[in-house]
Ligand binder design. Structure first.
Ligand code: OSB
Ligand code: MG
Length: 370
């Protein structure tokens, strides 16, 4: 691979519905996408999952733009790579900024697959031809609205219901859900809203037979989670705390979690995702693919990685129409009976719709080999 032209774009897209977590409400997404054109004319696509405010992790759309424009893009232009891991080696001097790195890294993986004439999921080592998906439901104003949403999603065939919780909207909300839906595959995501002082409250969740509780404690913690896991039955799943293979290794060793949510951006790309996946497989830790309310490119990358064998639990990668009035890929991501079929085309397997991209672009910059 020899990237010769790179286009960085910022897109602004309105979400169909506001999405509320313990750290805030989002009504739209503004995010970076990257188009990497090879010497031979093939094109790889990447998308950043970062939000516009540092409430999930420390990165934002603007910090992504800075790291991409001033460090990552200049370092790859004019270079030649046999494999995406060479890129990872080359940019390892840049600390953190994993979502920014992942934007480039995933585009290079897409390009690598296209240059080899194969689907991305195959070069990542994926085996599954279809994947089961669940849905992540934001915090709602009323229980009634939440129950109606769960019913609608169950009717559509989703394989897992994840509800967001926060202090004041936790035990009683789950109790109400369980009264109406005693047996559905249900989990709760706290996005770091609690501390060990809330242990009595968190223990109460054990009575509801939840699949797991996601990231109950601090966003950068594995010590407190290890203490908590020893005192509750419900499996802890870590999201925010796992930024690398090393983090996953330490968390497994300490018993901080029984499940890991892999987000490609949070860990810096496909290569790191695969390393964490393989480690979890060795340790019998099930993984699943989380989401960052992605548009089509990020969604396509999520689908590809989810085809690996240890993704045993349905993830958050829902259909395009759940999030967007129109998506930027053709065809859009479709979910039938809670299942997404892996696309058979080369690379990400979806075509990026240049007209739609243009419509939502609020910033664009081109970089070429001088
Ligand atoms: O549907 C999705 O893309 C996942 C939605 C979600 O839960 C989420 C969305 C934005 C930021 C963090 C999270 C999370 O998983 O914690
Ligand atoms: Mg989460």
């Amino acid at each position: 691979m020899q990237p010769k032209k790179i286009t960085l774009r910022k897109l602004q897209m309105k979400l169909k519905q506001p999405f509320t977590t313990s750290f805030g409400t989002q009504t739209e997404k503004e995010f970076c996408i990257l188009e990497v054109e090879d010497k031979n004319g093939n094109i790889g696509w990447g998308e950043s999952g970062a939000l516009t405010f540092p409430g999930y992790n420390e990165e934002t759309t603007i910090t992504n733009q800075h790291i991409l424009e001033d460090f990552l893009i200049p370092s790859i232009l004019g270079n030649s790579y046999d494999h995406p891991d060479q890129f990872n080696q080359q940019i390892s001097y840049i600390r953190r900024n994993r979502m920014a790195k992942s934007t480039v890294e995933t585009a290079i993986w897409d390009l690598y697959a296209k240059n080899n004439g194969v689907p991305l999921y195959k070069v990542l080592g994926g085996e599954k031809k279809d994947i089961k998906v669940g849905v992540s439901i934001g915090i709602k104003d009323s229980i009634k609205e939440l129950l109606e949403t769960i019913e609608e999603k169950m009717d559509k065939g989703f394989h897992k219901i994840k509800v967001k919780i926060k202090p004041g909207k936790d035990v009683e909300v789950i109790r109400e859900i369980r009264k109406v839906f005693p047996d559905i595959p249900l989990m709760a995501d706290a996005n770091s809203a609690y501390t060990l002082k809330d242990i009595d409250l968190l223990k109460q969740l054990d009575q509801f037979n939840l699949l797991m509780i996601e990231q109950p404690l601090e966003h950068d913690d594995i010590i407190h989670h290890s203490k908590l896991q020893k005192q509750i039955e419900t499996p802890i799943c870590l999201d925010e705390s796992i930024c690398s293979y090393e983090d996953a290794k330490n968390a497994i060793e300490l018993g901080s979690c029984k499940i890991i949510n892999i987000k490609i951006g949070r860990v810096g790309g496909h290569s790191e995702s695969i390393k964490i996946h393989n480690l979890c497989k060795e340790h019998n830790i099930p993984v699943w693919c989380g989401g960052m309310l992605e548009a089509g490119i990020g969604r396509a990358h999520n689908i590809a990685i989810t085809s690996l064998s240890q993704f045993l639990i349905p993830g958050d990668t829902g259909p395009s129409q759940q999030y967007w009035h129109e998506d930027i890929i053709q065809p859009e991501v479709e979910v039938k009976n809670g299942i997404v079929q892996l696309p058979s085309g080369n690379g990400i397997g979806y075509t990026v719709d240049k007209e739609k991209v243009k419509k939502y672009t609020v910033y664009e910059k081109q970089f070429t080999v001088s």
